[in-house]
Design a protein around this ligand. Sequence first.
Ligand code: GLY
Ligand code: MN
Ligand code: MN
Length: 379
Amino acid sequence: MPHAPGSILERRHAAVRATLTERGLQAAIIVSLPNITWLTNFVGSSAVVVIDHERVTFITDSRYVTAVQDVQRGSGACPGFSLCVVEGSYDATLASVLASAGYTRVGYEAAHLTVARFHWLERTLANPGPVPTFVELGNGIEVARSVKDEYELATLRTAGQMLADVTRTVLGLPRAGMSERELALQIDVTIRRAGFEKPAFETIVASGPNAALPHARATDRTLGEGDLVVLDFGGVYDSYCVDLTRTVVVGPVSARTREVYEAVRRAHDAAVEATRPGASRFDIDAAARDVLAAAGMGAAFGHGTGHGLGLEVHEEPRISRRTAQVDASREAVAPGMVFTIEPGAYFPGWGGVRIEDDVLVTEFGVDVLTQVTTELIAV
Ligand code: GLY
Ligand code: MN
Ligand code: MN
């Protein structure tokens, strides 16, 4: 459970309210659960928030009332909090909150509020009316979330160290003859034993030809001599996600395996070195991509170099190939951003290599939060 102090929640509310002012809005409807957690510390599975210039109206159902009231009595209490327990349905309660406040211009998260819910809200408010003007909010909250505050950085630093410790154990687990599924299970147990709430996503163990699939799922295939084995796992700690990949080899290392592995490792190191405040996220991606291209493996690296980490395992910023349509002000990485660096090279039918770490952009450069060897390990 996150427990950001009230003063930090207040700053987050101020950022959203600045957007309301800029866009001439009186309030915004927030339905994305990670955005709700960021604004209120709530971690349950159902809630809707209406934030205006004075209050944070928090709509939830009876299952969560006691938990919410407990949070409100502690240091993580949400400033301006006004609890509204669902009557009938979430949407009926939301409609009555909007109607009784008499808002005329209201923002909403077009990326998260379904079309069905949006139309229902408009129809319901039309009777008897008036219907406020609804305005799309864009991804302003997600962009604000990409720069972590001191509370989040302390959490992510701890989580990064914990994941590095998990990795040291995990690197000793693979054995010839073990199935991918069994190894994934042992990794998940290690993650939970280390103190994580849960794995951050379904653990990937991809061996031999399966290692050529960047998002493979663990199968019953058993590890055999010569296999590359991609181990990609993460944990959720205090609601924050960390994510790491190492690739090991079973038995003797062939020249080709060594060549591919070292190229990916150099690409990883080049992207880490390119990370500093003000660097373009596209240039960080290019730093990795250029190394692989120079090694003749450009076509083997299809995905982006990294993604932001926080309340979600994939969030802003995206460390990806340059795209023409992006506003230049959204290009530079800034102190407080936490993201992965995870280049890979994948060869269908043969196998693949990925090396992934989590980095923090600092005022002066970069800190690697997951400090654990990237040397090729033969098991
Ligand atoms: N396992 C998901 C990722 O590395 O992005
Ligand atoms: Mn990963
Ligand atoms: Mn990742």
